[in-house]
Design a protein around this ligand. Structure first.
Ligand SMILES: C[S@@+](CC[C@H](N)C(=O)[O-])C[C@H]1O[C@@H](n2cnc3c(N)ncnc32)[C@H](O)[C@@H]1O
Length: 235
């Protein structure tokens, strides 16, 4: 590898490299700039975005320098504010794919269940979680893990794991209360390649059972823009 090149985080094929300038400006090969989501939407639509961008910039530098991860979901700042403003404290939460988010949810909401496929992340979460219930499952059992709960049980279901997000979403649908929220993170992904996230995203556009809110913006501890989608079940 030439000294001024670094491997991209998500490579479309082995051996793909980005030069440092491109990596600095774009973050990865799927966006025009760090300020654009993978759908090409610019992450500056109001004054609040400038403040979010500053927080993301310094958070990113701090994470790189210290390795410290803030106790926050890896959703857009806009989505985090939306949850804070709308989700009641007595909410029951199910999360496909855990992380620092799990610790944030358990600090705020009454009941948190997280399924995680990566054993190291699972063990780390098991050790740090205070009250959240953490399950280790892979493949189909990851997707089916929500079936242990009754229908209409959860106020919030977060689809943010390593397994097929479209399958997780559809499996989870009966378990969300009327008026409850789905969070589908990274809903701007797979624009070029196609895949389950993109298929789910297109399906949501045609489905009238949910009110859809698109929250494009900056995220904690990483300096780039992405999209988090919130789908409220209407009936
Ligand atoms: C998109 S992450 C899930 C993030 C989590 N829902 C959150 O908001 O913090 C998907 C998977 O990456 C792994 N993961 C979690 N936190 C991570 C982190 N800080 N850095 C790298 N991988 C992480 C876990 O295996 C997780 O299921």
């Amino acid at each position: 590898m030439r000294p001024w090149t670094i491997a991209t985080k998500r490579q479309p094929g082995r051996g793909t490299r980005m030069d440092i300038l491109t990596k600095t400006l774009r973050g990865d090969i799927y966006r025009k700039t760090r300020a654009h989501s993978e759908k090409g939407i610019l992450g500056f639509s109001g004054v609040i975005d400038a403040s979010d961008a500053m927080r993301s910039f310094f958070g990113h530098l701090y994470r790189l320098a210290s390795g410290h991860l803030p106790k926050l979901p890896w959703l857009t700042w806009r989505a985090i504010r939306y949850l804070k403003a709308t989700l009641p404290l007595h909410a029951r939460v199910f999360e496909f794919g855990g992380g620092m988010s799990t610790l944030w949810y358990e600090d705020r909401y009454a009941e948190v269940h997280t399924v995680e496929d990566n054993f190291e992340w699972y063990s780390a979460l098991k050790n740090s979680a205070r009250s959240a219930h953490i399950y280790h499952c892979k493949d189909e059992s990851f997707i089916e893990s929500i079936d242990r709960f009754p229908n209409d049980y959860f106020d919030l279901i977060v689809v943010d794991g390593n397994f097929n997000r479209q399958s997780c979403f559809h499996r989870a649908e009966p378990h969300l209360k009327e008026g409850g929220l789905f969070v589908i993170d990274d809903s701007d992904k797979q624009q070029l390649t196609g895949g389950p996230i993109r298929d789910l995203d297109s399906w949501l556009e045609t489905c009238n059972q949910y009110e859809i809110v698109r929250l494009t913006g900056w995220i904690p501890a990483s300096f780039w823009v992405k999209e988090t989608t919130i789908a409220r079940r209407l009936y």
